[in-house]
Design a binder for this molecule. Structure first.
Ligand code: GLN
Length: 475
């Protein structure tokens, strides 16, 4: 079964050329065949088939077909689904079952999407390679010795391997965009507040956003449209009107498009294949009528430092709730209250999560708060001003998604700072809260995927995806 897009699938379902049940069986078989790749933590074998049959009945009885009727989706395992395991790829939540649904899940369900299972990730979404998972590595779909990116590595690999049509991820500093870039697919992080975070397990609350991984921009637009919008259960969700993203996409034309190219996104140290492919695509768009405008985003070198101070601070507070008393794992050595806390957390969390809790506690501590946390907040504001100003002059800011192609499994695990650099180009959009997308550009000389990263102004998801679609098409 070759399915090029959701539109293609939908027309076949509606024409009764194929049933939802057949589609789900097709995907489940593929998922089982890829079992050793660790892409899914939980597979909904029974539930997905049952749901498919319900939808098939609805079609035959002439019921209202939702916007995502029959779309087979994978969900990152830090998004809550009632009655299902919610592990965050952590030992501390290994057997935890969610008692409610995330708002995003309810909205997808309302439009007749089908959920195939929960995908692997870096523990609590902390990482860039999926190597920080208590459930094992996920190999890159194009080279099994390399990483798929992270933290939504399972979701990216699921879509790239055809084990789901579309997947949800979460993006705090690049976790949807960077794995999309590493797996040759589209990865969208919406504006902060565009999608409710209710039911998304918090890592850094002022950065976290649910995002979409898909093969093409149209599918991403459709899924975004369904999930977006105010939610009374998340006070940070935005009242900004949800528009028709698909229509906005089709209104974007390359002719006269102003593409801002920051010199800071093309440093000397940039991998030469990545630079060549990204610049080649930009030049092609210029030939088609776009205008390439050199811009500068001063102080970009502080992005990683500011990001890791702010997110670890928020994480240290958010993760305090995992204490052995309320959720999941409790240590056998829980003689007294303090031993229960200490031992449950020591045994339950992985190395990277513990590193971040310690770092975050440190930057928030009395003597260091002003030097680190407050300073980083000030840097955040400076970034917001700079990106706002830049986007007054151009329609979109373009650069590579990652400074290097997918790296080898184990290559960066010994040096956390080296690993953090994988996010150097994705972190700024998260610091400022603007929407951004990674577009697949094809392959380098080693046959590894390369992605282009685009940032638009707040709530310009339609325009962003429209530009991304032109890039994908111009290849
Ligand atoms: N790789 C980044 C980090 O480790 C981003 C993670 C994310 O976006 N969830 O923090």
């Amino acid at each position: 079964m070759h399915l090029s897009s959701y539109e293609d699938l939908r027309s076949r379902l509606v024409a009764k050329a194929v049933t939802c049940e057949e589609v789900v069986r097709f995907y489940l078989e593929r998922i089982d065949r890829h079992h050793d790749d660790n892409i899914y933590i939980t597979v909904f074998h029974e539930e997905a088939l049952e749901r498919a049959r319900v939808l098939d009945r609805k079609l035959s009885e002439g019921g209202r077909l939702g916007k995502l009727f029959g779309m087979p989706m994978a969900i990152k395992d830090n998004i809550a689904m009632k009655g299902s395991r919610l592990t965050c790829a952590s030992k501390i939540l290994e057997n935890y079952e969610s008692v409610y649904d995330a708002t995003a899940i309810l909205r997808l369900e309302e439009e007749d999407a089908i959920f195939l299972g929960k995908t692997n990730m870096d523990e609590f979404a902390m990482g860039s390679s999926n190597e920080n998972s208590a459930f094992g590595n996920v190999p890159n779909p194009f080279d099994k010795t390399r990483v798929p990116g992270g933290s939504s590595g399972g979701s990216a690999a699921a879509v790239a391997n055809g084990l789901a049509m579309v997947a949800l991820g979460s993006d705090t500093g690049g976790s949807v965009r960077q794995p999309a870039g590493f797996c040759d697919i589209v990865g969208l992080k919406p504006t902060y507040g565009r999608i409710s975070r209710f039911g998304l397990v918090a890592f850094a609350s002022s950065f976290d956003q649910i995002g979409v991984l898909s093969r093409n921009c149209d599918d991403a637009a459709l899924v975004l449209e369904v999930m977006a919008g105010k939610d009374g259960r998340d006070a940070t969700s935005s009242y900004h009107a949800v528009t028709d993203y698909s229509k906005e996409m089709s209104n974007v034309s390359v002719e006269g498009l102003k593409i801002g190219v920051p010199k800071e996104y093309f440093p000397e140290s940039l991998n030469s294949d990545v630079a060549r492919i990204v610049k080649g695509t930009l030049n092609k768009l210029r030939d088609e009528g776009a205008e390439l405008i050199d811009i500068t985003l001063p102080d970009s070198e502080y992005a990683i430092a500011a990001y890791y101070i702010l997110v670890t601070a928020e994480a240290s507070s958010n993760l305090a709730r995992f204490d052995g008393a309320r959720y999941g794992y409790r240590s056998e050595n829980s003689g007294d209250l303090s031993a229960m806390y200490v031992n449950s957390r020591t045994e339950g969390f992985g190395r990277e999560v513990k590193r971040r809790i310690m770092l975050g506690t440190y930057v928030l501590s009395a003597g260091y708060y002003d030097t680190y946390y407050k300073k980083a907040q000030q840097v955040r504001r400076v970034f917001q001003d700079r990106y706002r100003e830049a986007l007054e002059k151009v329609d979109v800011i373009a650069g590579p998604t990652s400074p290097f192609p997918p790296f080898g499994i184990g290559d960066k695990t010994g040096d956390p700072l080296e690993m953090y650099l994988a996010d150097v180009f994705t972190v700024p959009a998260s610091i400022v809260g603007m929407p951004a997308v990674s577009v697949p550009l094809g392959f380098d000389s080693l046959n590894l995927p390369v992605g282009m990263h685009l940032i638009c102004n707040f709530f310009e998801e339609g325009k962003l995806l429209g530009i991304a679609k032109h890039m994908q098409r111009s290849l």
